[in-house]
Design a protein around this ligand. Sequence first.
Ligand SMILES: Cc1ncc(COP(=O)(O)O)c(C=O)c1O
Length: 383
Amino acid sequence: MTSNNDFIPLCTPYIHGAEWDYVKDCLDSGWVSYVGSYVERFEKEFAAKIGMARAVATTSGTAALHLALLAAGVEPDDEVIVSALTFIAPVNAIRYVGAHPVLVDAEPQFWQMDVGLVESFLNGNCERRGTELFNKRSGRRVKAIVPVHILGHPVDMAPLLDLARLHGLAVIEDATESLGAAYRGRKIGSMGDLSCFSFNGNKLLTTGGGGMVVTSSQKKADWVRYLSTQAKDDPLEYVHENIGYNYRLTNVQAAIGCAQLEQCDAYVENKRQIATRYRHAFANRDGITAMPEAEWAESAFWLYTVLLDGDSRPVLRALERQNIQTRPLWQPIHLNTPYRGFEVLGGEVAEDLCRRCLSLPCSVNLTEAEQERVVSALLDAVS
Ligand SMILES: Cc1ncc(COP(=O)(O)O)c(C=O)c1O
């Protein structure tokens, strides 16, 4: 029985499958660290889930992005086109390799990277020299695009992939928030040269912390794996030709991942049901716009978010007083201190969405009673 004032969290993990058994298996067998059958199994089954040939498990989604950028050939002083309205991790990863982000505003309809702005930047502000593309203003080489599918909804990928092909750019999908979503029937994470996922505590699947790089390229997968294990060049001797990282997922974490993966489709179904109920509750309500879903998309509704007419912060505080946890969107990247002064295409839409959006409780086991409490508290707060 839930009381009328029990805490309703934003989005918590749901651990009710074979997690205990698989973890016990690791502990009993002693295979608790970076090598083990669950790591291999998690990679294999995850790759199959996305429909990509290879997957390499990593310590986090951020580590996955760092390695994917390196494997895509991004070098210091290159430019990488990336969403301005995102959690900061993909942009930080671009800086880890010494490259410069070109930040792209969100479009107002589905809140994703505005592909029209990418097109005018590439066609108007860049020039080809030989086989490579250069930003005419900065003189830097433009090497890759990182579309971030935020909140569970896809970026409009078809025109973006066309542009990448036309200009010879690598595409790295940041699919961390959109596992289980699809774009025109294609799974999110299956369209980039490399794609990255996260399994931190609030993601659709969790391993406690963890990430994955998927790719159809054997060469890129091998390079990611090599870099993730300190770039060791000999099976026996400790010799190194390159600087590597300690970015491997442990067998214990992978064991949790295998169990979570078995429940992935059910989680997505629950998320979509929660979204449907919210959509009905907010239909024709003044001051609240339900989370959009494009007709070309199947959203995973990872973090159910509404758009309010005004500032979402007073509403967040009103719900907090009702013991209901909600969350604002991220401050757009160009307004964060480390990224002031980097090139930004537009930015006003992201700023407006940041001011007005509010993410609502949407754990996969959110009950209908809890959801009704969220809806009525929100309607009260908005009116
Ligand atoms: C869009 C986005 N990219 C990257 C990450 C990084 O993932 P992790 O926390 O596993 O490093 C996250 C989530 O945290 C994210 O939301």
